[in-house]
Design a protein around this ligand. Structure first.
Ligand SMILES: CCCCCCCCCCC/C=C/C(=O)SCCNC(=O)CCNC(=O)[C@H](O)C(C)(C)COP(=O)(O)OP(=O)(O)OC[C@H]1O[C@@H](n2cnc3c(N)ncnc32)[C@H](O)[C@@H]1OP(=O)(O)O
Length: 294
């Protein structure tokens, strides 16, 4: 069973309560669940595993499930650190679910973007130490999930015929990342690399991602999750208030800015996506993804 493979000693609800941890949904999850949450009873590290086959794309429901899972973990005062992982071999997260953008219902589109913004608030602004276990592709909004964590561990590309990639490839699709995502990129890899990456829509192979500071470590595939969980233990031992205050030094102004402009950002997104030209791009991109398969 998937959850049982995630760590040595995962707790069920009753056990968790006896240990003072009262997370409701973990380990009782069915495979249909969009995300699975577990807590290692030995270390207190929580793991949120994205579980939306085939590629963990961010639909409205997936965004909401991620936010719910983060909030559930955060509500446990004993838990200090969190690993964000994927259950899918070869894909961390394929970015926004493009079908959400195709001939959309306006109300749903508004809710969709709101829920994507919400992940930014919840993950980038989390009180938890957050470690991304990137054992596969992480384009665009998938890269955003990784950028929102405090530390990124990626599968090494060495010896792989088709290494995983990570980056903000929006311009290659004829679209532009929202400013808050662009600034996350600049803040992480610096102005020059971000300019190059954003302008050219670069997806970086792991070794290049490490070289520019987009990820912090590379490890063999089978070690990504365990290494991330070990790193989460280390981060969880740092005095929590000091760690959070330090994180907010770098992130608070960015978070506050989006909070102040959230509606404008959503209005812009909605008018961009519903525009005829954008719909042609989206239509063409969806076709190219399914042609790739055939
Ligand atoms: C595109 C226009 C957007 C307009 C407006 C946007 C406004 C600004 C928003 C900016 C912020 C963020 C943007 C995004 O995140 S856009 C999404 C970017 N993502 C990608 O470009 C990745 C696309 N996918 C892939 O490259 C590959 O799927 C991947 C490398 C991740 C995995 O490859 P693999 O070979 O394992 O899998 P397949 O390609 O065969 O895919 C399997 C099925 O999944 C479908 N699929 C893949 N990605 C998506 C997706 N992002 N959304 C929806 N569906 C996706 C794919 O079509 C296959 O489906 P079928 O089995 O039915 O054919």
């Amino acid at each position: 069973m998937l959850v049982a493979t995630l760590s040595k000693r995962l707790l069920r609800v009753g056990q968790a309560k006896r240990c003072g941890l009262s997370l409701r949904s973990f380990s009782d999850a069915k495979d249909k669940d969009l995300v699975l949450t577990s807590i290692d009873g030995d270390t207190g590290v929580a793991t949120i595993t994205m579980n939306q086959a085939p590629v963990n794309s961010l639909s409205l429901e997936m965004c909401q499930a991620i936010t719910t899972a983060i909030k559930e973990v955060e509500s446990q005062p004993e838990i200090q650190s969190l690993v964000l992982a994927s259950s899918l071999p070869g894909v961390f997260c394929a970015g926004l679910d493009i079908t959400e953008l195709h001939k959309p219902d306006e109300k749903r589109l508004t809710d969709f973007w709101h829920s994507f913004q919400q992940i930014y608030f919840d993950l980038y602004g989390s009180r938890l130490a957050t470690i991304a276990a990137i054992a596969g592709h992480a384009p665009a909004a998938g890269c955003m999930l990784a950028l929102s964590c405090d530390y990124r561990i990626m599968v090494s590309g060495a010896g792989s015929k088709k290494p995983s990639t990570i980056g903000l490839n929006e311009t290659k699709l004829g679209i532009v990342a929202p400013s808050w995502l662009g600034y996350q990129y600049i803040d992480t890899i610096g102005q020059r690399q971000a300019e190059l990456g954003l302008s050219l829509g670069l997806l970086h192979q792991p070794e290049q991602a490490l070289a520019i500071g987009l990820v912090d470590e590379l490890v063999p595939r089978e070690e990504v999750l365990s290494r991330a969980q070990a790193e989460a233990v280390k981060w969880g031992k740092i005095p929590a208030k000091a760690r959070l205050a330090s994180k907010m030094l770098a992130r608070k102004a960015r978070l506050d800015h989006l909070a102040a402009t959230r509606k404008e950002d959503n209005d812009f997104f909605r008018s961009f996506v519903t525009n005829e030209t954008a719909q042609k791009i989206i239509d063409g991109y969806l076709q190219s993804l399914s042609k790739k398969k055939s």
